[in-house]
Design a protein around this ligand. Sequence first.
Ligand code: IMP
Ligand code: MG
Length: 175
Amino acid sequence: MLRVEKILISSEEIQEKVQELGDRITEDYRGERPLLIGILRGAVVVLSDLMRCIELPCEIDFMDISSYGSGSTSSGVVRIMKDLEEDITGRHVVVVEDIVDSGLTLSYLKRSLLARNPASLEICSLLSKPSRRKVELDVKYLGFEIPDEFVVGYGLDYAGSHRNLPDIRIVNPGE
Ligand code: IMP
Ligand code: MG
């Protein structure tokens, strides 16, 4: 049985942080029409809150990617399961993720998106586990740095479950 443990970040703290990120994006992209790219499925919750905190005309699109590798370790080789609908050439792109762990997935994805010649490309992630990083990755818009714990809620899942929790909680698998 999976034990969903204590709250690491409350929904109030999340909402406050997402508003801050939205304010920064609003400032930084004034006069532009940024394209927010949500990485399915984890980023759906943060993207839907974040976009309502951005006071600019903006658009959204989604990508579904899966990284080759076993269990919870990603290999960094990413397969695109669902590609963007939009052409990002000349667009100001903000990739929105739930969490950066090793950084391998996003660093691979970033390289592949840059090859499509966007006007700019930045990364926004609600969470980051800096102690797990395997590659350097510049996350310009970061919500929270968290310790090396497996977390669920606010879009993040354990085997597909718990995405709907409004706060972020630490899980203890196998108990
Ligand atoms: P990485 O940065 O390439 O290692 O992989 C990041 C992806 O791993 C995220 O998009 C999540 O899908 C998943 N992930 C990493 N840590 C967690 C966690 O604590 N909870 C849920 N998913 C996680
Ligand atoms: Mg993910």
